[in-house]
Design a binder for this molecule. Structure first.
Ligand SMILES: Cc1cc2nc3c(=O)[nH]c(=O)nc-3n(C[C@H](O)[C@H](O)[C@H](O)COP(=O)(O)OP(=O)(O)OC[C@H]3O[C@@H](n4cnc5c(N)ncnc54)[C@H](O)[C@@H]3O)c2cc1C
Length: 412
C-alpha cells in the first residue's frame, strides 16, 4: 500500500497503461478495485479519509453477495467473524412474532443460505489487506476527489489534500464509489432525484441480550407498531437497535445518555441503565442517480443510489453494482464496444428503482402503518406468505436479492 505522492501536482503512470481510478475506499470501491486487480488492471484508489472508515453502518450480507465475494476468498473469513442468521422475522410490538422466514429453504440456490451479520468495515479491511499485496494497486489516503474532466483517451481527477493543496491524477476510467454525497456525481451534474424520509434514524448498540427476554426472537427482527416501530439486529457481541426519531429533536438531546436510556427502557423496561456501545443518528434518503455512466466516468454504490436501511440492501446492492460494472468495463478495455456499459446502467438502475427502493419502502410502510385495518392486512399477508411453502421461498429469493440478479439477464 503506497501513498508516495508528495510534491508533484500531476500524477502520471509514465511507461505503463493508465490505471482505472476508483474514488472511495468503501465496500463498493474496494470490491470494484479487487475485481479490476484480479483481471490485471492497474488501479489507483483515492480515499478522502486518512484511514478506512470504521463507523457503525451496514451489518447484513445477503446470500448472493457472499456467493460473489467467494471469488476473492473473503466470504468464509467473513462468516468466521460474523453471526450466521438462517432466520429473520417480522414481529408485532405487543403480540410478538408474526412471520419468521427461514433462509435454509434456499439451500441449492446459494452456497450461503442465511443472512450474515457482520460489520462492513470487516470486509473493507480484508480487501484493503489483499490489495496492499498487489504492486499494480495504489492507495492514496487523505485524498478527496473534487472534480473530474474527461477526453477521448482518459479522465483527469482533481484531488484535494488536507492542507488544501490540489493534485491531478490521470486515469483511463473513473469509478465514482465515493458515497451518497459523491463529489464525482456532483462534478458531472448528474441529478439525484428522489425523496428524504421525514424521520431521522437513530442506531445504538448495547450489550443487553434481547434474546433472553423477548420470546422466540430471531437475530434480525423488524418490529411493527403504529406508535413506534423499531428494528433489532444482533451481531457477534452486541444488539443494534434502529429507532425512528423526530427530526425536530435537537441532536444533542436525541443522542444524550438520558434520552437514549429513556427510549431503550420503552423498548424493553428493565432495572438499571443499558450499557450503550455506539450511537448515531442519520437522515435517510431514497434517491437514484439519473445516469450511472457518463463517458469514462461510472457511478456505483451509494454514489448511484441510496435507500432506507430496512432490508439491508444498500451495501449489498452496491457490491452487486461493482461486480456487474467491472465485468463489462474489463471487456470494454479489451476492445468491446463501450456501449456495453449502457447495459450496466440499464440493469443496475432498474434494480435500484424497481426492486431495492420498492422493497425498502414496503418494509417501512409495513412497520409504521397507523391505519389498523391496513396494518392488520399487511401483517396477515406476511403471516400467510411465511406459512405457504412456495410463497415463503419466493419471498426469500426476492428479499435476499437473488431474484433481482437473475432477472438482469432479461434486461437488454
Ligand atoms: C449510519 C448508517 C447505517 C447504515 N446501515 C445500513 C444497514 O444496516 N444495512 C445496509 O445495507 N446499509 C446500511 N447503510 C448504508 C450502507 O452503509 C451503504 O449502502 C454502503 O456503505 C455503501 O457503500 P459505498 O462503498 O457505496 O459508500 P460508502 O460506504 O459511503 O463509502 C464511500 C467511501 O468514499 C469516501 N469518500 C467520500 N467522499 C469522497 C471523495 N470526495 N473523495 C474520495 N473519497 C471519498 C468515504 O470516506 C468512504 O470511504 C447505512 C448507512 C449509514 C450512514
Amino acid at each position: 500500500m503506497t501513498d508516495s505522492l508528495t510534491s508533484p501536482s500531476v500524477v502520471n503512470t509514465v511507461g505503463g497503461p493508465l490505471p482505472v481510478l476508483v474514488a472511495g475506499a468503501g465496500p463498493v470501491g474496494l470490491v470494484a478495485a479487487t475485481a479490476l486487480a484480479a483481471e490485471g488492471v492497474p488501479v489507483v484508489i483515492v480515499e478522502a479519509e486518512r484511514e478506512l472508515p470504521d463507523g457503525l453502518r451496514a451489518s447484513t450480507f445477503h446470500p448472493p453477495t457472499l456467493d460473489m465475494l467467494d471469488r476473492f476468498g473473503v466470504s468464509q473469513k467473513l462468516v468466521e467473524q460474523g453471526l450466521v442468521c438462517p432466520q429473520w422475522q417480522f414481529r408485532d410490538r405487543k403480540d410478538g412474532p408474526v412471520a419468521t422466514f427461514d433462509l435454509s429453504v434456499l439451500q441449492g440456490e446459494t452456497n450461503y443460505p442465511y443472512r450474515l451479520q457482520c460489520e462492513q468495515w470487516r470486509l473493507t479491511r480484508m480487501l484493503r489487506d489483499q490489495l496492499a499485496e498487489n504492486p499494480d494497486v495504489r492507495f492514496l489516503y487523505d485524498a478527496r476527489a473534487t472534480s473530474v474532466t474527461q477526453d477521448a483517451d482518459g479522465v483527469t481527477l482533481v484531488i484535494e489534500r488536507p492542507d488544501c493543496s490540489q493534485e491531478s491524477i490521470r486515469g483511463s476510467w473513473l469509478i465514482g464509489a465515493d458515497g451518497a454525497r459523491s463529489a464525482v456525481r456532483k462534478s458531472l451534474n448528474i441529478g439525484f432525484e428522489g425523496q428524504t424520509i421525514p424521520e431521522l434514524f437513530l442506531t445504538c448498540s448495547t450489550t443487553f441480550q434481547y434474546q433472553d427476554v423477548l420470546p422466540n426472537l430471531s437475530n434480525i427482527a423488524y418490529i411493527s407498531d403504529p406508535q413506534e416501530w423499531f428494528v433489532l439486529l444482533r451481531t457477534t457481541s452486541l444488539w443494534r437497535l434502529l429507532l425512528p426519531t423526530d427530526p425536530n429533536e435537537p441532536e444533542e438531546v436525541m443522542l444524550s445518555d438520558r434520552r437514549i436510556q429513556e427510549r431503550m427502557q420503552e423498548v424493553f423496561p428493565k432495572s438499571g441503565d443499558y450499557e450503550i456501545k455506539h450511537r448515531t443518528a442519520y437522515r435517510v434518503h431514497e434517491r437514484v442517480a439519473e445516469s450511472y455512466v457518463q463517458g469514462r466516468v461510472l457511478l456505483a454504490g451509494d454514489a448511484a443510489h441510496v435507500n432506507n436501511p430496512l432490508g439491508g440492501m444498500g451495501m449489498n446492492g452496491g457490491i452487486h453494482d461493482a461486480f456487474n460494472l467491472v465485468e463489462k468495463l474489463t471487456r470494454v478495455m479489451r476492445g468491446e464496444d463501450a456501449a456495453l456499459l449502457g447495459r450496466y446502467e440499464r440493469q443496475r438502475r432498474k434494480v435500484a428503482l424497481e426492486v431495492v427502493q420498492q422493497q425498502a419502502l414496503r418494509n417501512r410502510a409495513t412497520l409504521n402503518q397507523r391505519d389498523p385495518a391496513v396494518r392488520r392486512a399487511a401483517l396477515d399477508e406476511l403471516r400467510a406468505t411465511a406459512e405457504d411453502k412456495v410463497r415463503h421461498k419466493e419471498y426469500l429469493l426476492r428479499t435476499s436479492m437473488i431474484a433481482s440478479l437473475r432477472a438482469l439477464e432479461a434486461v437488454a
